[in-house]
Ligand binder design. Structure first.
Ligand SMILES: Cc1cc2nc3c(=O)[nH]c(=O)nc-3n(C[C@H](O)[C@H](O)[C@H](O)COP(=O)(O)O)c2cc1C
Length: 188
């Protein structure tokens, strides 16, 4: 009997410890398929960074997925994305995530026409960001973080939004050591 009580106590302690630790989450949108400079890929560039961050910070990971997938070929995708941006669209997403239990949120995205992809606005605007610490990271192919330092701060009202960490998509895709170096400030 005593052993059973001890075992139950141990299980309770373990679940307490894991929930106490699971205070950070990586939220990411990333597109696989054909992309600039990397050919056709099965894991998106930003997702590669998201996986490193989740692993090194023991964070949960949630992938934002648009209800309607973007075209697999690069040229068609950039056309669709541009039209959505011009229309200031809020494309539906497949699934939402309750972020109320997290105080640190790593927020990852590719730069699309200088900004975050529009389905991420759908996600961001569905949540209360008050009191959260947000650490944005992105991949790009030349424009750095674009205007996302500004647009994220405007959209995530009440959050402490840190400066975006911007990494080349080709580095994220092909160079794990280079990616870890770029992300190193997060792991200190
Ligand atoms: C629709 C679209 C728009 C893009 N716009 C930009 C841009 O404005 N600046 C830039 O440097 N790269 C741009 N890129 C390149 C992506 O930011 C880059 O390939 C990124 O690493 C893709 O990440 P992902 O695989 O996680 O989706 C664009 C790519 C796509 C598909």
């Amino acid at each position: 009997m005593f052993k059973i009580i001890l075992a139950s106590l141990a299980v309770m302690m373990m679940s307490f410890v894991s929930s106490a630790e699971a205070k950070s989450i990586v939220i990411v949108y990333s597109r696989a398929d054909e992309n600039y400079n990397v050919g056709t890929i099965t894991t998106g560039n930003t997702m590669k960074l998201a996986q490193i961050i989740a692993e090194k910070t023991a964070s949960d990971l949630f992938e934002v997925k648009p209800a309607k997938e973007y075209p697999a070929d690069y040229d068609s995708c950039i056309d669709v994305a541009k039209k959505e941006q011009n229309a200031n669209a809020r494309p539906a997403i497949l699934e939402d995530k309750d972020i109320s239990g997290y105080d640190t949120i790593y927020f990852g995205y590719p730069i699309w026409w200088g900004d975050i992809p529009m389905p991420l606005y759908t996600f961001v605007e569905a949540h209360d960001w008050t009191g959260k610490t947000v650490i944005p990271f992105c991949t790009h192919e030349g424009s750095g973080a674009g205007r996302t330092d500004r647009t994220l701060r405007a959209a995530m009202k009440g959050a402490n939004v840190k400066t975006v960490i911007a990494v080349r998509g080709t580095t994220a895709q092909n160079d794990r050591a280079g990616s870890e170096k770029a992300l190193a400030p997060l792991f200190r």
